[in-house]
Design a protein around this ligand. Sequence first.
Ligand SMILES: [Zn+2]
Length: 487
Amino acid sequence: MKKVISIILAISMIFTLFVPAFADNGETAEHNPAECKNVPVIIVRGMDFGGLYLDCGTENEAPAINTDAEMIVKGVFSAIGKGIAKFSFDGIIDGVKDLATDIFKSLSMDENGDSLYNVGVPKYPESADNYENLRNGEGFELGMTRTCIEAFGEGHTYYVNYDWRLDPYVVADDINETVNAAIENTGHDKVNIVCCSMGGIMTVAYLTEYGYEKVNRCLFMSSTFCGAQVASDLLCGKVDIKAENLYNMLKNMTADNKFLSFIIDALDFVGGFDALTKVTDFILDNYKDEVFADVIKPIFGRMLTLWGLTQPEDYENAINYMFGGRNEENEAFLKRTDALQEMMNGRTALISEMLENGVEIAVVAHYGTPVVPVYENSDFNGDGTLETYQMSGYATVAPYGETLGDDYVAKNPEYLSPDRVVDLSNALFPEYTYIIKDAPHVAGSYGTDYADFLVWLLSYEGEFYAGASEKYPQFMVSDGSQKLEKF
Ligand SMILES: [Zn+2]
């Protein structure tokens, strides 16, 4: 009898030990989607420029962008050496071309626009709470992911990482798999999509290819859903460094440092920027075609993403610049770029149809920070990375540092920003578009006011339009800590 009792005791002890473990897992088993108000969130991240790996996931894994310091130092010395040896600038340019090729070679695509080398990215097939780096994210998409995990519960947030060079239609397959996994694992029948930056065009591809039946709400955050001027300019060969754009960028970068800011102004006063751009003009005039032919075209020319981002009015130009006279031999590739242009041309009608069928959207765009001053249209107002014009769905936006003017009359005065810089009257979806001055590209860092705004965008249950909450009006101003205020 004693033996029986001790066996029973032992069994119950084992049971007690295991019950907490079962209870932990039970959280998902008990989850009842019919009662749960948290719609699963799919975060489609933006371009992770340095996030591509050769032989990803194997023991040979190495960053696809080769930034080995020793190699770069050698490359720079070799460039200078070649310049001295040839007593000319040609040698330096040759050296720089070699160096750039060494750094970016692994990003090259084959002639059809697929990766030439075995390049990949880490994937996150399970819900985001299963991954330490996603659970502990701080800034940008990682911060958003952590915010969503904490706001909407374990198992309700998914993170889509992808090779940003690929055909958006290829990335659309990944988004589709993630959407299906979220629906299957949670039992909910729809998801909310948050697409950031480059994730915008990838999401347009998903919606075009797979439809919107599984989408409850879609947030376009600092996104490329209308392409990007920088890609358009690059593929058209419109590389340019203008004194004023360079000044604007440096002035913005040094805004918090009175001394440096003064130096920048002094440099501008003595004509330093004009002198500097005389040098860059000389380089561009003499070497641009060569650098494009030897470096830019072979490495970046066949990235289908860039072709999707190209503006419709620049598309023919871009084809002529990149493939002039050789359209026939590039037929297979151009078929894919045509398909992407067609997709972007159909985007507005598709999103309008989504809205008519009950899918909710928000477009969130920022302005007030100059873009990188290396292309012809670098005077566009932006968020430091992309142009507000495209991110906002083609609002009328004054060039950086300017306003639309005191005489400017907005078609709908309510849609003009208080500083007369952005007018949403002509934007694609003005009633669903938020404009935030001085917020950085892809905001939403963990623990900030902006993160609360993101949670509100994903969970608000009333009629969903820009300004539906007094707390988050259509026009807002951000500060360095992403604190939001009514403009
Ligand atoms: Zn749920």
